[in-house]
Write a protein that binds this ligand. Structure first.
Ligand code: GLN
Length: 304
């Protein structure tokens, strides 16, 4: 496949979509990002990398981090993870509270906020220094050291995270949060505020395209079966109440974040990350979704 030509034609066809959508503004510090930026990084399973635009500009990965904390929780607890969080798509927005009451404090899946907060709680219990362990994990799967969590973004989330606090206390009332709410949310905001660029994210997601192993080092991060499960969850729950739409139009397992990033993969073929801050109404990047739709259409590589 002639990826440079394919990417150039994607860039061309994205033109009419520039300027559509809005930057997330419920986290004030995120609203300060300059909206009209776009980057893409595609890593093939043979290690070749193809890129467009601002592929090395760091951005707030937000909910994409939930995939990495889930992997860490699976490494620590294996099957026990699924006693406290489900594996069904929610059909609701990422910050919705309604299901949590009638499902008695067990979040539908690890990618909605309530589920990720439970995962954060598991890691706070299991690891002495969860923030350090998280950064160390990110370094080990990307082979890169140059990234960190943006304190201003984390602080801004903390100051405006009334819904997340409500969720965490609600979880606690059902006995599904073992540590103090403040401690758990402090770690949750820390991992959401991690900054990475498209190239680093594509590298990190290569693990899920490469049988659960780091491509460059061969280090085993997940077993084959665990990798299948994480990919299945990304496919069914990675885009909140737009997971069906993403599967329909793109057809790859992936995960989005309100910073405008999306990371996705095709098992054994490639991992890819796109970033553009303007979001649609469901909280997913407009240009990012479109770029990936064009990628799977033009390459013929979707998992379906
Ligand atoms: N940190 C964000 C929040 O808690 C993550 C949401 C997202 O990226 N969808 O609201």
């Amino acid at each position: 496949l002639d990826y440079p030509t394919i990417l150039a034609s994607i860039q061309e066809e994205l033109r009419p979509f520039w300027g559509q959508g809005k930057v997330a503004d419920y986290i004030p510090e995120l609203a300060r990002v300059s909206p009209d930026q776009f980057g893409l990084s595609l890593e093939c399973s043979d290690g070749r990398i193809f890129e467009l635009g601002a592929s090395t500009t760091p951005f707030s990965i937000q909910s994409i981090s939930k995939v990495f904390t889930l992997v860490m929780a699976i490494q620590c607890l294996s099957e026990k993870v699924w006693t406290r969080v489900g594996v069904e798509p929610s059909g609701n927005p990422f910050n919705s509270l309604v299901q949590l009451e009638y499902e008695e404090g067990v979040p539908r899946n690890p990618f909605i906020n309530a589920g990720a907060i439970v995962i954060a709680d598991m890691l706070v219990s299991e690891l002495g220094a969860p923030k350090e362990a998280f950064l160390q994990f990110m370094r080990s799967i990307t082979g890169e050291v140059g990234f960190s969590s943006n304190e201003k973004v984390a602080q801004s989330e903390k100051e405006h995270g009334f819904r997340n606090s409500a969720m965490a206390y609600f979880l606690k009332s059902y006995g599904n949060l073992k540590n103090e709410v403040e401690v758990v949310l402090d770690f949750y905001y820390f991992h959401c505020a991690l900054e990475m660029n498209c190239r680093q994210l594509a590298k990190a997601f290569m693990v899920f395209a490469n049988h659960g192993c780091v491509l460059q080092t061969g280090e085993k991060v997940l077993s084959l079966s665990q990798t299948k499960r994480v990919n299945a969850l990304m496919q069914t729950c990675g885009f909140y109440d737009e997971s069906g739409e993403f599967t329909f139009s793109v057809g790859l397992p992936g995960k989005s974040g309100v910073g405008g990033g999306i990371a996705a993969l095709h098992p054994q073929e490639f991992s890819v990350s796109v970033w553009s801050p303007r979001l649609n109404k469901k909280g997913n990047s407009v240009l990012g979704m479109k770029a990936l739709e064009l990628l799977t259409t033009k390459t013929g590589f979707s998992i379906f």
